[in-house]
Design a protein around this ligand. Structure first.
Ligand code: A3P
Length: 391
């Protein structure tokens, strides 16, 4: 019973007319210990009927709610250190127990059932793998070097599908009338559904939570997956979560959450490997941040070929310059300074820092000690042993 009743900071109950098929399909498989589709839907809105107040059993594949009074160390760290005003709790979803904010359940069904278009260009990644860099590259190439159009903020021309599920502003907005959210923030799924083709879509959702039409192959958008080594990803994600997502703990505790698969979109390795094993599919391109750093022109050429565009060397050089760290750091359309400023202005997060932070491979060495590095390396080797993927 405690499982659901003890969520902290419960919001006022909300009303939904949307089914949650993406998640509940799995929850439906063992109803003896699970909550039913209708009950689960209610559960997402925190008005669960008495009969349904049961935690799914350990190992269950359906959504697993994280109680505020959990004794599990990972849950406890999350509850204590990662509960900003725009987050009311967390849930683990699917066979890999992907961690997501509770608010995701409001959108899961719509994402599962969304109409994908063959002309879409998707960038999929674990957070902090070089998503923004890859987005800008793909957009400029596919839009035939429309640098004027590239002055429009990236989140508007290349929206983030799972943006809204990450930030639940429903209880915040009534108290902050000055905080005006554009549709790509307040309802990213509707914004994307209404976009003209070709659409550009960013997501951090892992393969198994992408829309059904992609998973089942009935639609074949171009999908670029970008991956980055775990240590740099973790350090970058730590800074990101402090400045943009309200993490209030130490770096050591953050690493525990990262290694334990308890940060949004974790676990890390299944996220990467589920795309790695699909890397030869014609509509999937697998890139690595480290390769963009090593030879950006080569990656630009490869991406252009994937998108069916011919580039001359002058264009490759021009784009490589546009995508340099210095240029991106000072480019307001892609550097997220405005978003960080809004967070500060409305006291949603307080930490200092920049989205375009170090832009390096191996930056982890500045903050990780030898033991932690060894732990990450062991973990990486264990997870990559059966693949040919290296970083
Ligand atoms: P650091 O925090 O290590 O600096 P994402 O877009 O997935 O959130 O990833 C952000 C990371 O990519 C940040 O890493 C950011 O600095 C880096 N990045 C963004 N643009 C870059 C560029 N042009 N060159 C190198 N790194 C870049």
């Amino acid at each position: 019973m405690k499982c659901v009743q003890s969520y902290r900071r419960l919001g006022r109950p909300r009303v939904s007319s949307r089914p949650l098929r993406g998640v509940t399909r799995q929850a439906n498989s063992s109803l003896k210990h699970r909550i039913s589709i209708d009950q689960l839907e209610t559960c997402a809105f925190l008005t669960l009927p008495e009969s349904a107040k049961q935690c799914p059993p350990p190992g269950a594949m359906g959504p697993q709610f994280i109680p505020a009074d959990s004794n599990d160390e990972q849950d406890r760290l999350l509850n204590e250190l990662f509960m900003p005003p725009f987050r009311k709790g967390y849930v683990r979803v699917g066979p890999n127990k992907v961690l997501l904010p509770l608010y995701y359940l409001d959108y899961a069904g719509r994402i599962e059932d969304m109409e994908v278009r063959d002309s879409d260009v998707w960038i999929v990644s674990h957070p902090k793998a070089g998503t923004t860099w890859t987005q800008e590259m793909a957009w400029v190439i596919n839009q035939d070097f429309d640098f004027e159009g590239a002055k429009v903020p990236l989140p508007e021309r290349f929206p983030f599908l799972d943006h809204t599920p990450l930030f639940d502003y429903t209880d915040i907005l009534p108290n902050l009338p000055e905080l005006q959210l554009p549709l790509f923030v307040s309802d990213s799924v509707t914004y994307i559904n209404e976009m003209k083709s070709p659409r550009y879509i960013k997501t951090h959702l892992p393969w198994e939570l992408l829309p059904k039409q992609i998973r089942e192959g009935t639609k074949k958008p171009k999908i670029i997956y970008v991956a980055r080594n775990a240590k740099d990803t973790c350090v970058s994600y730590y800074h990101h979560c402090k400045i943009l997502e309200g993490y209030s703990g130490s770096f050591d505790n953050y690493c525990k959450l990262f290694l334990g698969g308890s940060l949004c979109f974790a676990p890390f390795w299944p996220h990467v490997l589920n795309f790695w094993k699909r890397r030869d599919e014609p509509n999937i391109l697998f890139l690595k941040y480290e390769d963009l750093k090593k030879d950006l022109p080569a990656v630009i050429r490869k991406t252009a070929a994937f998108l069916g565009k011919d580039l001359n060397e002058e264009q490759v050089d021009l784009l490589a310059e546009h995508l340099s760290f210095a240029r991106m750091k000072s480019n307001p359309a892609v550097n997220y300074e405005a978003a960080i400023e809004i967070n500060r202005r409305f006291n949603l997060t307080t930490a200092d820092g920049h989205f375009m932070r170090s832009g390096q491979v191996g930056n982890y060495k500045e903050v990780m000690g030898p033991e932690l590095i060894a732990e990450f390396d062991r973990w990486t080797q264990e997870n990559l042993a059966k693949s040919e993927l290296t970083f």
